[in-house]
Design a protein around this ligand. Structure first.
Ligand code: SAM
Length: 231
């Protein structure tokens, strides 16, 4: 895993220290080990995990400077992209959010303590935290959680004005962006740019949305309402 990670970092033009690479690889290995007894990921091959989980997460370092920023990772699952980012940029003030309590408990009580990494943990649904944590974060990230039009309603309320929402997407990025244009505008966002990376032989996109206004109080709605009537 370490070799694949090192080679990929070089390809991306990202410089990390040897202990950081070791730590990030150790996290990848811990995910695969835990995956034997808890459903964390469909990927079981270490090389694939290094590319598709670790390197893919780290591409966000190429998109925005994250040093000293507060970052919320919505629907973090086994900790992607949030945990590799924290290990690569220790000054990041990381908050992980997921509705699956088992995964959150593993991250909070086992995985992060073993790495000596600190984070805050919000266990529950994003739409339920959006009132108490409203407009509190410099950056919100999310990968593989929902289509962009729905994801914007889950994520943009957490970003303060001037901050960014980074949506990690695959081949459907352009189509999802087109479909989400109205949601982005209504929720106080403004599409800035997309950055593409070749990861594991496929193109992965990071859609960068700048929070230029305020999210109106009525958002986010309930998940059922969002799905029934996307913005
Ligand atoms: N982001 C991780 C990754 O890319 O490997 C996990 C992706 S997994 C397919 C989706 C995760 O989003 C699950 O862990 C699920 O519990 C979480 N999730 C989905 N909807 C959510 C919501 N409304 N609020 C919080 N978590 C949510």
């Amino acid at each position: 895993m370490k070799e694949t990670l090192s080679a990929g970092l070089q390809r991306l033009g990202l410089e990390l220290s040897a202990p950081q690479i070791e730590q990030i690889a150790a996290f990848g290995e811990a995910v695969l080990e835990k995956n034997k007894v808890m459903n964390l990921t469909a990927i079981t091959d270490p090389k694939q995990a290094a590319e598709l989980h670790l390197l893919d997460s780290l591409t966000l370092l190429k998109v925005l400077p994250l040093a000293g920023k507060s970052l919320l990772d919505v629907g973090t699952g086994a900790g992607f992209p949030g945990v590799p980012l924290k290990l690569a940029e220790p000054s990041l003030r990381l908050t992980l959010l997921d509705s699956l309590q088992k995964r959150m408990r593993w991250l909070e009580t086992e995985a992060l303590p073993a790495l000596g990494a600190e984070a805050r943990f919000l266990s529950g649904r994003a739409e339920d935290f959006a009132r108490e944590q409203r407009e509190r974060f410099d950056v919100v990230s999310s990968r593989a959680v929902a289509r962009l039009n729905l994801l914007c309603e889950l994520c943009l309320p957490f970003v303060h004005r001037g901050g960014y929402f980074l949506a990690m997407k695959g081949v459907l990025a352009k189509e999802e962006l087109h479909e989400a244009a109205n949601a982005i505008r209504l929720l106080g966002g403004s599409y800035e740019r997309s950055e593409e990376f070749e990861i594991g032989g496929a193109v992965h996109s990071v859609i960068v949305i700048h929070k230029t206004g305020k999210t109106p109080e009525q958002y986010p709605r309930s998940w059922a309402r969002m799905k029934q009537k996307p913005l």
